[in-house]
Design a protein around this ligand. Structure first.
Ligand SMILES: [Zn+2]
Length: 183
C-alpha cells in the first residue's frame, strides 16, 4: 500500500492516515511497520527501525489530536484543551534534526519520539499561526482528507484534483447528460 501526500502540510497528511473517516474508516497505520513506512515516505526520517505497539498507540493518539484540531481550526471552533496539551507535550521533545553532508545529501536520523516531535512541531506551527484558517475538507464524497488551501483565490476544493476532483467532475458530467461544464 502506498501513502498519499496531497494535503500541502505534513501534519494533515499524517491525519489522513485514516481514510474514509465518515463512512467506512480504513486504518492505514495498521501495524508498527506501517508507521515506520509512512514516516520514511513522508521524508521525516531516513529509516525507523524499532517501532513497538506502544509507539504505534502514541502515534495514533497524536494523529487523532491533530485531526480534531484541524477540524476545529478550519471551522473556527475552539480546540479541545486535551488535544492542545497532547500536541504541546509531543513537541517538547527534540525533533529529527537534518544533518547536511553535501548538496542534495541530508541525513535524517531519529527514533519514534523524534519523529512524533517533528510532526507535533509542524502541527504547532500550523494551528498556532494564521494558516490554521486555511484548513479545508475535501469536497469529494466520501473523501475526508484535509488540506491547506494556499490557492491565491482561496477556492481549492479537492485534496487531489486527479483523484477526487476528476471523479466528482466526471459524476457531475454524467448527471448533466454528458454536457460539459467548467468546474
Ligand atoms: Zn479528496
Amino acid at each position: 500500500m502506498s501513502f498519499l501526500f496531497v494535503s500541502d502540510h505534513l501534519a494533515l497528511d499524517f491525519a489522513a492516515t485514516v481514510a474514509w473517516r465518515a463512512t467506512d474508516p480504513e486504518e492505514l497505520l495498521a501495524g508498527p511497520g506501517d508507521f515506520a513506512r509512512w514516516a520514511v515516505a513522508a521524508g521525516v526520517v531516513d529509516r525507523l527501525d524499532t517501532v513497538t505497539q506502544d509507539d504505534l498507540t502514541r502515534a495514533r493518539a497524536l494523529r487523532e489530536a491533530v485531526y480534531r484540531l484541524a477540524l476545529a481550526a478550519g471551522a473556527e471552533e475552539p480546540a479541545d484543551p486535551r488535544d492542545v496539551t497532547l500536541v504541546r507535550r509531543a513537541a517538547a521533545h527534540p525533533p529529527v534534526r537534518p544533518a547536511l553532508h553535501d548538496l542534495g545529501r541530508v541525513e535524517r536520523r531519529g527514533g519514534v519520539t523524534e519523529v512524533l516531535a517533528t510532526l507535533a512541531t509542524t502541527a504547532s506551527d500550523l494551528f498556532g499561526g494564521p494558516d490554521r484558517l486555511l484548513v479545508r475538507r475535501c469536497a469529494g464524497t466520501p473523501c475526508t482528507r484535509l488540506f491547506v488551501d494556499r490557492s491565491r483565490a482561496g477556492t481549492r476544493r479537492w485534496c487531489d484534483k486527479r483523484s477526487c476532483g476528476s471523479r466528482v467532475n466526471a459524476a457531475a458530467y454524467r448527471r448533466r447528460g454528458g454536457r460539459s461544464e467548467q468546474v
